[in-house]
Design a binder for this molecule. Sequence first.
Ligand code: HEC
Length: 106
Amino acid sequence: MNTKARVAGLVLLAFSAVAPVLAQDSGADVYKAKCASCHGATGLADSGAGKAMKVKPATDPDVKKMTLDEMIAVTTDGKGKMPAYKGKLTDAQIKASVEFYRTFAK
Ligand code: HEC
């Protein structure tokens, strides 16, 4: 086996070991699957459902002043038209998706 093939093999091996973990727990993946329909692909609530429910964009001052823990509480227990994710997502998935959502506030 030449060096190039060996390196390619190692890279493949490393990737296949890491990929399932990413697919499960990545905040971006959870956000896209569960949150983007209402909060918009980039957190601006510019989707149809987001507009219909008057969801605030992540850049709104009221949203920006919320702490990570407050957002986790809203996502876990729900608020107004926002569904509760307790039991539907793991605590780690909720935290990861909220952290991803918060990256849009900047
Ligand atoms: C069915 C539409 C819907 C989905 C899906 C949804 N949300 Fe919301 N979300 C809302 C609405 C509506 C509010 C405003 C609630 C209020 O203030 O009465 C809200 C509020 C929030 C807030 C509080 C700050 C703000 O923007 O007002 C956070 C944080 C949040 N959502 C995160 C999430 C996360 C994370 C997910 C995915 C796990 C998610 N949401 C999925 C509709 C949704």
